[in-house]
Design a protein around this ligand. Sequence first.
Ligand SMILES: Cc1ncc(COP(=O)(O)O)c(C=O)c1O
Length: 364
Amino acid sequence: MIPTPYYRIDLAAIAKNMAVIDQLCAASGAKALLALKCFATWPAFDAMRDHMAGTTSSSLYELRLGAEKFGKETHAYSVAWAEDEIDEAVGHADKIIFNSIGQLERFEDRASSIQRGLRLNPGISTSGFDLADPARQFSRLGEWDPAKIEAVLDRISGFMIHYNCENADFELFDRQLAEIEARFGDLMMRVEWVSLGGGIHFTGKGYPVDKLAARLKAFADRFGIQVYLEPGEAAITGTATLEVSVLDILDNGKRLAIVDSSVEAHMLDLLIYRLPAKMETSGSHSYQICGKSCLAGDIFGDFTFANELKVGDRLSIADAAGYTMVKKNWFNGVKMPAIVLRDPDGTERVMREFGYADYAASLG
Ligand SMILES: Cc1ncc(COP(=O)(O)O)c(C=O)c1O
């Protein structure tokens, strides 16, 4: 048995999501780029490459990883490129998307060998959480003013607009895209491509993929553009678990089980967004599942189990792919989970283990 903790990526589950991406892209003409900020575990890229047009990035290193490990079309985006990054970035990318007119003007000459784009901020989003709302007040994410954008239109060939956040509501997507068409339509008539970013939850159960495809096709036809999508979460939702073992059981007025992992170190987004972990269990024995870091609130959540838990029991925490492996860290020096691929026939292959040398190397 593979020792815990480890992240287990289920290739059959990835294949299911990829089939939806195939369906959506074939019916709409859109191209799907994997958003590496969400998922960059490159040993899994072989299962995705034939279904996605390439990758998009949020930094030089993500960009390079996309170019080297995924290949195909590579979009470069950064909130702000540094002077010493731009030439290398251009060397890896097919398209570079500037976040501001200032960055476009500063670097356009050095990016003249590839296509240039600009991030637009439509002033609306589906995010209910200020921390992650790209349209929040004073947002630095993209240009807002159509008049200013029009003045630089001859220097770019496309736009990127990211404004959805795990949006499972097609009608809302449809309404907001109509608002964007009204606000930026004149500009979109004059470019070749528009990326609508990520955050559309089209691989979720019951999502009307056909309606989305038709809407994207109508959008592309109206403006004569190539549409891109940048799915992160939608590409890998439901495809990975964090496998852990129980190390200790306590009863402090509530039964607690401490596992060989840490929310802070291995599933940080749960703490940031104040969400409980997901685990498919049920029964009459309730436990709070706790991490082994010294942080008092390092708690995965409260769950019930069919049997009493005991030391050595294995638990499987769901949804461990998106914004999880990309954010793992060495807090408390807790052993970092290995990365394991699960083949469709059930075989588990360890792709990477982390040890003390990795911990030490990350600090000096
Ligand atoms: C520009 C851009 N593209 C794509 C994504 C991926 O979004 P998601 O993982 O929700 O699909 C994000 C997420 O923040 C983003 O900022």
